[in-house]
Design a protein around this ligand. Structure first.
Ligand code: SF4
Ligand code: FES
Length: 233
């Protein structure tokens, strides 16, 4: 079948503003959007720029807005879209470097701000930290994050206030705050208690809908809010 791809293009070094470029090509219902973008780049227009690496939903590098929703291009098939007209735009709220490539630094600055690493006892156990299955279950969902930014860049609060740490950073903080072996939960909660943190969330659920890993992000943000109020972490 024939499909029309409308891709938002923008090269800040040359273009005054973003514009739509249109490509019409033969596709299969089982083609992934990433494969079709490759065909466009390799056979029709080599100047088209986008990020990708693993092509299997693991690295999180090909987040883009496809028909108005944030998704990983490697995880969406033509037949998932139910239309042969496809719009592709860069994820929102981060500066566009070129076409579908955005500057991820502000996103990773927020990630870094929540101390996304394990902090154990001053004197570690002689053998290993023991964690029960029940304790692991509490952080199981948040350990699945691949830092794709689909959530944060679909959040209306982040769009209007880039200082908000955003859902991805909160998911990463949750992963350690609720880890029974970690000892720096209180410090991370203090960070999330600031005006740039958890309380900015208005439960729009855009993040939860956008997450390619099906992480219940809004629920996780709610768990952190309860920990901030009642000190349960
Ligand atoms: Fe991506 Fe989901 Fe992690 Fe957000 S929580 S960065 S949408 S994997
Ligand atoms: Fe790695 Fe899509 S290319 S997640």
């Amino acid at each position: 079948m024939q499909a029309t791809f409308k891709i938002q293009r923008y090269n800040p070094e040359k273009d005054k503003k973003p514009y739509w470029a249109e490509y019409t090509l033969e596709v299969d219902a089982k083609d992934r959007i990433l494969d079709i973008l490759h065909t466009i780049k390799w056979e029709m227009d080599g100047s088209l720029s986008f990020r990708r690496s693993c092509a299997h939903g693991i690295c999180g590098s090909d987040a883009m807005m496809i028909n108005g929703k944030n998704r990983l291009a490697c995880k969406v098939l033509m037949m998932d879209l139910g239309t042969t007209t496809v719009t592709v735009e860069a994820i929102r709220g981060l500066p566009v470097e070129k076409d579908l490539i955005v500057d991820m630094k502000p996103f990773f600055d927020s990630y870094e701000a929540v101390m996304p690493y394990f902090i154990g006892d001053a004197v570690p156990p002689a053998t290993e930290y023991i964690q029960s299955h029940a304790e692991e279950k509490i952080i199981d969902a948040s350990t699945k994050c691949i830092l794709c930014a689909c959530c944060t860049t679909s959040c209306p609060i982040f769009w209007v206030n880039g200082q908000y740490l955003g859902p991805a950073a909160i998911v990463q903080a949750h992963r350690f705050i609720f880890d029974s072996r970690d000892r720096a939960g209180a410090e991370r909660l203090e960070i999330l208690n600031q005006t740039t943190g958890d309380w900015r969330c208005r439960s729009a659920y855009n993040c939860t809908e956008a997450c390619p890993r099906d992480i219940p992000i809004t629920e996780i943000i709610g768990q952190v809010k309860r920990a901030l109020m009642y000190g349960t972490a």
